[in-house]
Design a protein around this ligand. Structure first.
Ligand code: SF4
Length: 465
């Protein structure tokens, strides 16, 4: 089982930390359907050099857009040797005809139902060319084969997924294409999710679900079950789920310490053009204040290049993030992924510049822009990252919090994430990433209650806060 990497992620000289965060859970989940006596070698090229001179019966390759060409190369290499090659993942589901040229079987959509079907048919010599997921459930999936994961190579080995998909339908998102033809949001049983959590050592967890708070009933029961487990965790949510009811308080009580939020844009026209309904008319600032009062740090995600963006959008978005105390920001250049409504629309309008998937990494402009030039978009995107993570702005954003511990956590997390890339590179090379976990857990410790006498330890910057 192979997760190939894009070129940048496997450079022998420089390995950005973002490629060494999470192990390949999807493949480890599929591995769980194999027989006990099936010999499995799970390789992740983001963190190790691939060994492809072996001669297995089957090779399974997970394909996403920027690793697609690399995946096809590896697939062709194995097919030449007579190995049976299976390709699946987001990109295969979006462009099955392209992927089929390099595979014996392709898998469209999530694999929980069609992968075991394939295994059975392969053993009986009747494997088909295309497997399409129709029945969707993860209520009875076997436990992920975590024994196949080389934990020491990842900063966040305890990543976990307890749901699939999300209840929304943003135009630029892969989700609808991947889940076409069946349910597009479903969860594990709460007890199974809690057992999976209990299998994970240490305190830290990272939920990789698209929307951890998307099913209120499930999330509420999950957080109830996590009370007293002494965990700290990170996950993703939408603005509306944070503002609704008391789910976010329950999440904080269960150990949520940072949340990824797709703000995407501060422009309502852009939101409606992107069908990002769940953000429209929502009070971003109220959600931010609520999160900060619970001691939850925020990683805001933003998209540049939507049709209503002007050349000031970059400065405006950075300043907004700093003023509102976002701990980290992730910026993207709008990217029309194949299979999405955005891609179809841009193709109709003849705005796609090329189909070099290597460059569909949300850092390059691959379509014709409207209200700004391509050059302005690329330049503004680079500048936004530089400005948001300047020491000055990291400091300014930190001191928006009203308690000292949150300020320190914010400063350490944001600075550590973006300001010490050479150190991360060294740690990755020396295979010491896993040793950094206690530091991460310390940074994610509770911030909204503090001090020996139970009083809030106030910010030393009251005038600014
Ligand atoms: S909310 Fe996020 S995961 Fe859901 S459709 Fe929109 S972008 Fe995709």
């Amino acid at each position: 089982m192979i997760l190939p990497a894009l070129t940048e992620a496997k450079s022998p000289y420089w390995r950005p930390i973002k490629y060494s965060l999470f192990p390949p859970l999807g493949l480890a989940t599929l591995a769980a359907y194999c027989n006990d006596d099936d010999e499995i070698n799970l390789q992740d090229e983001h963190v190790e050099e691939l060994f492809i001179e072996d001669e297995p019966d089957i090779v399974v390759i997970q394909v996403y857009i920027t690793n697609a060409f690399r995946s096809y190369k590896i697939a062709d290499h194995y097919r030449k040797k007579g190995t049976y090659v299976c390709l699946g993942g987001l990109h295969v589901t979006s462009l099955p005809e392209e992927a089929a040229l390099h595979a014996d079987s392709i898998f469209l959509g999530p694999g929980e139902e069609c992968w075991p079907r394939f295994l059975n048919e392969f053993k009986n010599g009747i494997a088909q060319k295309t497997y399409t997921s129709t029945q969707r459930t993860i209520e009875f999936i076997p436990p992920v084969r975590r024994d196949l994961i080389k934990r020491h190579l990842y900063l966040v080995p305890n990543s976990i997924v307890v749901s699939r998909g999300c209840p929304y339908h943003c135009d630029f998102c892969y989700k609808d294409a991947f889940f076409e033809g069946g349910k597009s949001f479903y969860t594990q049983k709460v007890d199974a999710a809690l057992s999976e959590i209990e299998r994970l050592p240490g305190r830290h967890l990272y939920f990789l679900d698209d929307h951890l708070l998307g099913n209120q009933k499930f999330a509420s029961a999950l957080f109830d079950g996590m009370q007293g487990m002494n965990r700290v965790f990170q996950g993703a949510s939408t603005i509306d789920a944070i503002l609704r009811g008391d789910l976010i308080e329950k999440a904080a009580g269960a150990g949520m310490r940072s949340v990824f939020i797709g703000f995407e844009t501060l422009n309502p026209h852009n939101l409606s053009q992107s069908n990002k309904k769940q953000n429209i008319g929502k009070n971003y600032k109220e959600a931010i204040q609520r999160l900060h009062s619970l001691g939850i740090m925020i990683n805001g995600s933003f998209v540049f290049g939507l049709d209503d963006d002007d050349k000031y959008v970059f400065d405006r978005t950075v300043e907004w993030g700093v003023e509102n105390g976002l701990t980290t920001s992730t910026y993207h250049i709008l990217t029309p992924y194949p299979g999405t409504r955005l891609f179809k629309q841009m193709e109709q309008e003849k705005r796609i510049l090329h189909y070099n998937w290597d460059l569909y990494d949300t850092r390059q402009v691959v379509y014709q822009t409207k209200s700004i030039t391509e050059w302005e978009l690329k330049k503004g995107y680079n500048k936004a990252y530089k400005d948001f993570y300047s020491w000055r702005n990291v400091f300014r954003a930190s001191i928006t919090h009203d308690n000292f511990k949150h300020i320190i956590k914010h400063f350490t997390y944001a600075g550590g994430w973006k300001k010490f890339e050479p150190l991360w590179n060294f740690i990755i090379k020396t295979k010491g990433l896993n040793k950094m976990l206690p530091l991460l857990e310390a940074v994610l410790s509770k911030a909204n209650k503090r001090t020996q006498n139970g009083k809030i330890f106030p910010s030393p910057f009251p005038a600014i806060a």
